[in-house]
Every structure is written in C-alpha cells, then in structure tokens.
Design a protein around this ligand. Structure first.
Ligand SMILES: *Cc1c(COP(=O)(O)O)cnc(C)c1O
Length: 464
C-alpha cells in the first residue's frame, strides 16, 4: 500500500490527463481551456481527499470520469425549470406565478431586440416606461393613476416614503405582518422614514383606536393584508369603508398593502380575497400589490390610487432605485391584455389552476397513476385526495382540495426518492406524506405527466 505522500506523487499530471481525454470522442467537443480548468479542479479535490486519508481511486480513468461529470454540471444553468408537484400554485421558492402564453410571447418579443421602453412613438422623443401599463390598469382597477415598480415591498416603501416621511403612520396591531424574506411592516415603515403608531390589540382594533391616535403628526392610515395568517375567534377590525370614512373626515390618505391583489374576484372556501377594484371603489387613496401573486404576471409592485399621491411617488428619488425592468414590464402588459381582451380565467395559469374542477384534477391524477403503473411496475401507486395552500400571500389558511398520486417505491425510501426526484435533469419537486411520495397534480402540465412517469420508472429500475 502506498502511503499518502506516495499517492500524492503518483497523481497524474494535467498534461497526461488531457492526452487520455483526447482519446475519448465525447471530450473532443469540449472547450480546451474549460476542460483544463475542470481537470485541475478535479485533481485538487482528489488531492484533498487523499490528504484526508480517503482511499479514493486516483487512476487517470477515474479522474477523467469525475471531470466529465464536473464539466457537465458546470454547463448546467443554476436557474432551472422544475416540475411543481407540490400543489402550491404561488410557490415563492419555485418562482410564484407561471406566465400566460400571451405574456410569454410578449416577453420574448421585447427581449429579443429593441423596444419602446422609454420611447414615445408619436413624438419621436423620450417616453416613460411607467406609462405602458397605466391605461389598462386604470381601466381594470378603476384607479385614477398607476405606478409600477420592482415588487410590492418596494411599492410599500415608496408609498410610505412619499406620503409619510418624517411623520406618523397608524397601523392596527393585528396587521403588523411579517412575510417571508424579512419583510416586516414595522421595519418597512421605519426604513421609509416614517414613525409607526400601533393601535388596538392583536385580536381587536376598533375605529375609535385609530381616531384617538390621530394627531397633527399623522400622515396616513395604513391597512395591511394579513396574507399568511388569520386571527380567528374573539376578533375584529374596522370595515375598510369605515377606515376610508375616517381618513376622509380627518383629511388623511388611507393606504392599503393588499399583498396579492387580484383583478378577478376570488372566493375559496370561507375566504374572500379582496380585489383591487373593490378597494379602489371603497375609496382607498393608495393600494399596493404584487405582480407575481394572484395577478399572475412576473415580479412587479403595482401602486394604484389617487393622482395626487401617485404624483408624489413619480418624482421621488427612490423610484429610480425601485424601477421595473423591461422583461417584468412586458410580462405585466401581456397578462393585462389577457385580463382586458382574453379569457383570464382560462388564459392566466394562476387562475386556471385555482379554479380547476375537482373532477378534472381527479382525471389527471388517474392518468398520472396509470402511466406510473405502466412504466414503473413494482411500486405502489394510488390516487389520493390532497390539500394544499394557494401560497404566495393569498387566501390565508385556505386549503385547496385537489387530487394527487401517492407512490411507494419497492425498496427506495420516500425521503431518498424525494431527493432523487430533485436531482433529475428537470427536477421534480414533490411532497413526502405518510412515508410515501405525493405528486399533487394541480400545477402540472401535460408534459410533466410524462416527465414524472419516466423519473419514477428510472428510480424503480435503478434500485433493483
Ligand atoms: C407578498 C407581500 C408583500 C411583498 O410583496 P413582493 O411582491 O414579494 O415584494 C408585501 N406585503 C404583503 C401583505 C404581502 O403579502
């Protein structure tokens, strides 16, 4: 047995590895510089393993095999398409809303070349990127004016900064929300240069609590959608209309961070998700919401409301820092065209999936189960009823009833199978439930069915 020093000395030189690699046809198409880099890195890894006393195979053939894998991994993008078999429509980790066909086409069209991003075709002069979606959004929400930014977090910061910097904002204690990614209302208000004035209690806030807190320093009343929790039992908040009336009476703007902000009415189980139009009609001065939640487009923050307030934001220095990019803007405009001129319930994937009929989901689950059974005979397959949240700061505490396929591989454990499914060329993201794999079918495309069945077949075959 050679000792560690001997082994290190015996490690093949890069030149020698390159020569060996050259004899294999698959290496011939590889970029020479990249290949050298990968071989160096692979040898370095082997060296470290030897130094740690590992009994690793350091023959040229083994090193080249590792390098091949490393090379292929390197060429694989890190941002990749996945199959969403979790049943969660607005899965924040999986990119929230998938785009409609029209939005996809519009994004492709805009990104492939030059565009009218900031160009006015009529005057032949500089135009505004913010203007493209204003007409449709005003029409669809009833708002007087619109401004779009990067995301809803930026929308809230911009609205509060423009309206309440150096002054006070009143918020109910029941609505001091934290959503994922460290967006917390108290911090956001502080960052916007305003002072938070909390009123009421966790479970109950009365209109009189707001009224008593109003002083000469008050700049706005802020309502926040409790998008990821619900307070139930002995609880109440003033009606939105009451809050608006108090604002009018006191000459104060009433802002709402609506979170998801749907343009279509959405009522599921015992929950009604307030639409943007509803809130504008109720008289809110400013409403902010996300572009990639129930709205169904790409990442964006939309600010809808009274012109006097929107104007303040248009000339605010933060706007430039928060500005939306052209691809998001194109996704927004394409989606808006679906709302205005298409059949949004069918054309916009988020709404299509949200409204999927249970029988249709069951049929889809049966199709998936059939294919898995045919291709991956040996594993246990069953069509089951499922429950999943809508996700993405919408429909808090609502579980959507759907269907899925539960799979038990003959020897592979569910946790191992879940891991392997994640490592597919197109990763399949699913849940583990009661020691079995669960593929919820709500968010699946037709082609995903095939992809899942193929992956199951591969897993079942490989373990035998
Ligand atoms: C999701 C959400 C936000 C943040 O929106 P992004 O578009 O993710 O920045 C802010 N407030 C509420 C209430 C939300 O639900």
């Amino acid at each position: 047995m050679p000792n560690t020093q001997d082994k290190l000395r015996l490690l093949p030189a890069i030149e020698r590895l390159l020569q060996t690699a050259d004899q294999q046809p698959e290496f011939q198409t590889m970029d020479r510089k990249l290949l050298t880099q990968v071989l160096r890195r692979t040898v370095q890894k082997v060296r470290e393993q030897i130094q740690q006393g590992s009994d690793i195979d350091f023959s040229p053939a083994a090193i080249i095999e590792n390098a091949k894998q490393e090379y292929n991994n390197m060429l694989m993008p890190r941002l990749r398409r996945v199959v969403n078999a979790t049943g969660v429509i607005l899965h924040t980790n999986l990119g929230r809303a998938p785009l409609s066909k029209r939005a996809q086409r519009h994004v492709t069209d805009v990104m492939a070349g030059y565009s009218t991003l900031e160009y006015n075709l009529e005057s032949g002069e500089r135009g505004s990127r913010y203007q493209h979606v204003v007409d449709l959004l005003c029409q669809l929400t009833g708002a007087e004016d619109i401004l779009v930014v990067n995301n809803n977090a930026a929308a809230v910061v911009l609205a509060v900064s423009a309206i309440a910097h150096g002054r006070e904002v009143i918020v109910s204690r029941g609505e001091l929300v934290e959503i994922g990614g460290s967006f917390r209302i108290p911090d956001v208000i502080r960052q916007s240069g305003a002072k938070l004035v909390e009123v009421g209690t966790t479970n109950k806030t009365h209109l009189s609590d707001y009224r008593r807190a109003i002083t000469a320093e008050t700049a706005a009343l802020l309502k926040v959608h409790t998008s990821n929790y619900r307070i139930v039992g002995f609880c109440s908040q003033p009606e939105p209309e009451e809050l608006v009336a108090l604002g009018k009476e006191s000459g104060l703007p009433v802002i709402e961070d609506l979170g998801s902000g749907t343009l279509l009415p959405v009522t599921m189980a015992d929950w009604h998700e307030p639409s943007v139009a509803e809130r504008i009609a109720a008289g809110f001065s400013v409403v902010t919401f996300s572009g990639d939640k129930l709205f169904g487009a790409g990442q964006a923050g939309i600010i809808a409301g009274r012109k006097t307030y929107i104007d303040k934001m248009k000339y605010h220095p933060l706007l430039r820092a928060f500005r939306i990019d052209k691809l998001s803007l194109a996704s927004l405009e394409g989606t808006l065209m679906d709302y205005a001129y298409g059949k949004p319930e069918q054309d916009i994937p988020v709404h299509y999936m949200l409204n999927a009929a249970e029988e249709d989901l069951k049929t889809l689950a049966e199709r998936l189960a059939g294919r898995i059974q045919r291709q991956a005979g040996g594993c246990g397959v069953a069509v089951v009823q499922t429950q999943a949240p809508a996700g993405g700061g919408s429909l808090p505490a609502v579980e959507l009833a759907g269907y899925g396929v539960s799979v038990a591989f003959s020897t592979l454990s569910a946790t191992m199978a879940e891991k392997r499914l994640r490592q597919q060329a197109v990763p399949i993201i699913c849940r583990v439930q009661d020691g079995r794999i669960l593929f919820d079918v709500r968010c699946l495309h037709d082609t995903d069915i095939e992809e899942i069945a193929n992956a199951c077949a591969q897993l079942e075959r490989r373990q035998q």
